[in-house]
Design a binder for this molecule. Structure first.
Ligand SMILES: NC(=O)c1ccc[n+]([C@@H]2O[C@H](COP(=O)([O-])OP(=O)(O)OC[C@H]3O[C@@H](n4cnc5c(N)ncnc54)[C@H](O)[C@@H]3O)[C@@H](O)[C@H]2O)c1
Ligand SMILES: N[C@@H](CCC=O)C(=O)O
Length: 515
């Protein structure tokens, strides 16, 4: 019997032994930088001529790994292997499939610091953010293993005379898993292992900026004994193989996490029926956010400021859950703004390999240029009170930035920037604050900082987001504790890490036997 699910503890890096262990993991990873990674299809490692170089965003000169890129012929091969492997994998009992996840979680736990060190190098995560990403990956596997065990139990239905009725959850088929780069381990692992434990086979197209960490995870699946062909590793550009995989008639479902625009495109392509296609493709799409923290007049000012800073600038604001809008009651506006500016100015920016810096880089040149453009827009839409400029130019560093007095409909209040930028907007009263909070097309996370019970109850009903937090930050959902997913243009509200998630990768079959 499984022991009860418990979230993986975060590492306390103030303890010398943990700091030393992490330094050793970083040194090990540094000795492996620049290696080549192949496609893996049906267990076979395949090198291609076309390669992409994964770069350390803290140090633009450092190559993390060189990764073979799939073309459409190899994408086709991956789908065919996944389709034939599905015929055997779907027959493996759910309780056996779940054991592969428990085993993989145990292996990842043993290699925890090593994987976190890869996250520091490839994604530019701070030690603490990397450690949390790895812990979440372990949690997803532990949690989905238990959920699969539950789903495999007999589901009896109300009995009618002379009939035995039962509901089964059977897998769907071949799934395309397309994860984002910002939680390159946790979200990629969660999406992939949920699909496979439910009995499907997977073509995994990792995010183009973070393929090495995904290649390292393939080692763990192999070590855990997951049969060849259950997960096929196919790095490649979205434009080269993305549409091909999504449009393929043997693709049964697509599990996507990423931006609104790519999600909408996949939704459109997946909806089109093509000759020979026997099903409507299922799409699970988790997309962007434009998340607000609302600060009420009766509140703990320090808590409000700390929550805004942690939610806006953790991992340089590159979380779909990040606070990019602070909507503050006019009575406490100046106090909260001043304290946030003070805290923001104290954040240190630099190569995140060293644990002395809080703010690392943004992920690549594309993100860097886009965020700097938004900072220029911000200068025309509000008053710059902190940051607003580049950090050291050895990497993609941008100083945490705060704009004050921004109008509710300004571009920096509406468009996802996905970087270390937060806009302050003044609310006349709580009604006004709720109205502003709901005025974007997104609906992912939000928080309210208030001591007023009636206002919290109101927000519970009116603040239209998938993950709503009171008197805390709006980032950092824990698997099992805070099932995660958003409303409106934030996606299909799939609630990753929640009790219903695996159902998305199954279909229910009723069997009724006349007695
Ligand atoms: N809601 C959530 O749970 C959640 C979690 C993490 C990130 N996000 C969102 O993800 C975005 C950041 O991630 P990103 O920059 O990797 O997003 P993105 O949309 O650029 O890319 C996501 C994935 O889609 C792939 N892709 C790109 N074009 C494609 C195409 N035409 N066909 C198929 N695949 C294609 C990319 O290679 C990547 O693997 C932000 O908008 C963020 O809010 C959402
Ligand atoms: N689940 C994460 C966000 C994932 C998206 O970037 C959080 O709750 O902060």
């Amino acid at each position: 019997m499984q022991v009860e699910f418990k979230n993986e503890a975060f590492t306390n890096f103030s303890l010398p032994e943990n700091k030393k262990a992490f330094e050793e993991a970083l040194a090990k990873v540094e000795s492996e930088l620049g290696l080549e990674y192949d496609l893996i299809i049906g267990g076979e490692r395949i090198k291609t001529e076309k390669k992409s170089r994964s770069i350390n965003p803290s140090n633009k000169e450092q190559v993390v790994g060189v990764v073979s890129q799939a073309d459409q012929a190899l994408a086709e091969k991956a789908i065919q292997v996944a389709a034939s492997t599905f015929e055997t994998w779907k027959k493996v009992p759910g309780t056996s499939r779940s054991r592969y996840l428990t085993k993989a979680a145990a292996i990842l736990r043993r290699r925890k610091h090593e994987f976190s060190a890869w996250l520091v190098k490839e994604a530019g995560k701070s030690w603490a953010e990397a450690d949390a990403d790895t812990a979440e990956a372990i949690d997803f596997m532990e949690y989905y293993a238990r959920q699969m065990d539950k789903l495999s139990q007999r589901h009896d239905l109300p009995r009618i005379p002379d009939e035995d009725n039962e509901l089964y959850y059977v897998p769907l088929g071949v799934g395309i898993v397309i994860p984002p780069w910002n939680f390159p381990l946790a979200i990629m692992v969660g999406m992939t292992t949920a699909a496979l434990v439910a009995g499907n086979t997977v073509v995994l197209k990792p995010a183009s900026t973070t393929p090495v960490i995904a290649a390292k995870f393939m080692e763990i699946l192999e070590d855990a004994g997951v049969p060849a062909g259950v997960v096929n590793f196919v790095p490649g550009s979205g434009s080269e193989i993305g549409d091909y995989l999504v449009e393929h008639i043997q693709t049964r479902f697509i599990s996507f996490t990423g931006s609104r625009d790519v999600g909408l495109r996949i939704n459109e392509l997946a909806a089109k029926h093509r000759p020979g296609q026997k099903w409507m493709k299922r799409l699970v799409a988790e997309m962007g956010g434009k998340d607000s923290i609302v600060v009420d007049s009766d509140c703990d000012i320090e808590l409000a400021a700390q929550s805004i800073v942690a939610s806006a600038f953790g991992f340089s604001g590159q979380k779909c859950s990040a606070c990019s809008r602070a909507i503050v009651h006019q009575d406490v506006y100046d106090q909260v703004l001043n304290r946030v500016a003070e805290l923001t100015n104290s954040l240190t920016v630099g190569d995140i390999r060293s644990n002395e810096f809080y703010t690392g880089p943004v992920v690549d040149d594309k993100a860097y240029n886009k965020i700097l453009e938004y900072i220029e827009i911000g200068k025309t839409e509000g008053k710059l009170v902190a940051g607003g400029e580049k950090g050291p130019e050895t990497g993609y560093f941008i100083k945490p930035t705060v704009f004050a007095d921004v109008a509710p409909d300004a571009r920096i209040m509406q468009e996802e920037i996905f970087g270390p930028v937060v806009a302050f907007c003044k609310a006349n009263d709580f009604d006004h604050a709720m109205e502003i909070a709901n005025n974007t097309e997104y609906g992912l996370t939000g928080a309210v900082i208030s001591r007023n019970r009636a206002n919290l109850e109101r927000a519970r009903e009116e603040f239209h987001v998938g993950n709503l937090y009171f008197n805390r930050k709006c980032t950092g959902a824990l698997v099992g504790v805070h099932p995660f997913g958003g409303f409106n243009m934030s996606g299909t509200d799939s609630k990753a890490g929640g009790p219903d998630y695996l159902l998305l990768f199954t279909q229910a079959k009723l069997v009724s036997e006349k007695l």
